[in-house]
Design a protein around this ligand. Structure first.
Ligand code: DGL
Length: 280
């Protein structure tokens, strides 16, 4: 093997979500690492996960992750879904013999730096009910803001996942819905973490609703940077420019392809996958 070929790895990056939301991570990866082949699985037959019980999220999340790894034979698995990350990451990391990156750890590391730099008084997180009920962000709070100088405002807005999946709202309609839905405590934060990958699609509307000085921190960007750093460290970043996106969905590929352009303008191959029924 030549020195150059030892510096890269042509195996794909596997990216998992319940629907279109994880395409926010895919889009960021394609920009920063255009040579990478991405295999994306969206469990569209079973979303939204964010209103389900931890037991069902674990069953669905493990099955989806194992299916994707079997199909893609990737060099790394990125769980581009906060809900699956908080409930499934630990076991998947133990079980799989590749690195598994979730949304939580890079978000917490990124938040710690930003909170230290900007000394926010109020930081908000919008996420799904299942992500917030895991208490993952609350438990990390002592680490993020050791003197408790920054107050955390959490808001579960799971129904917005389905609105994004529908892809039916115009930016103006989304603005009206968000304006009615978000309480003043969230509208007036100094920074807002996008704690559900579907909500990256809401950033333009959120910019108009939050105060103009507010920082919108998209966890998808923090996670993407973490993945790139990890691949560089492991000398596995693919350096040429001819990457691609292969998508698998468990239901309705036509609908997925209609909504995907809200996240990425790139074309992608798509395949419908029938999931195994068995509980493992
Ligand atoms: N994109 C998922 C997340 O980040 C959405 C979860 C759902 O399906 O409710 O949590």
């Amino acid at each position: 093997m030549s020195f150059m070929s030892a510096m890269t790895d042509k195996k794909p990056i596997a990216v998992l979500d319940t629907g279109v939301g994880g395409l926010s991570v895919v889009a960021a990866l394609r920009k920063l690492a255009p040579g990478e082949h991405i295999h994306y699985f969206a469990d569209t037959a079973h979303l939204p996960y964010g209103l389900k019980s931890p037991e069902l999220i674990k069953f669905l999340g493990f099955r989806a992750a194992r299916t994707l790894v079997e199909l893609a034979k990737p060099k790394i698995l990125v769980i581009a879904c906060h809900t699956i990350s908080v409930w499934c990451l630990e076991k998947l990391s133990q079980e799989l013999d590749i690195p598994v990156v979730g949304m939580l750890q890079p978000s917490i590391e990124g938040l710690k730096k930003l909170v230290a730099k900007h000394s926010y008084e109020q930081l908000g997180i919008i996420s799904t009910k299942a992500t917030l009920s895991s208490q993952a962000f609350r438990s990390a709070w002592e680490y993020i803001s050791p003197a408790n100088a920054t107050q955390l405002q959490e808001l579960a807005c799971g129904p917005l996942v389905s609105l994004v999946e529908e892809g039916a709202c115009s930016p103006q309609e989304m603005h009206i819905i968000l304006n009615g839905l978000l309480p003043q405590a969230i509208k007036s934060v100094d920074a807002l973490l996008i704690g559900c990958t579907h909500f990256s699609a809401l950033v333009p509307a959120l910019k108009q609703i939050l105060k103009s000085s507010a920082h919108i921190i998209d966890a998808a960007d923090l996670v993407t940077q973490h993945v790139i750093n990890k691949l560089k460290e492991d000398t596995k970043l693919e350096l040429d420019k001819n990457g691609s996106i292969q998508t698998y969905v468990s239901d309705n590929p036509e609908r997925f392809l209609q909504v995907a352009p809200k996240f990425t303008a790139e074309s992608m191959k798509i395949e419908l996958i029938r999931l195994k029924e068995t509980l493992r």
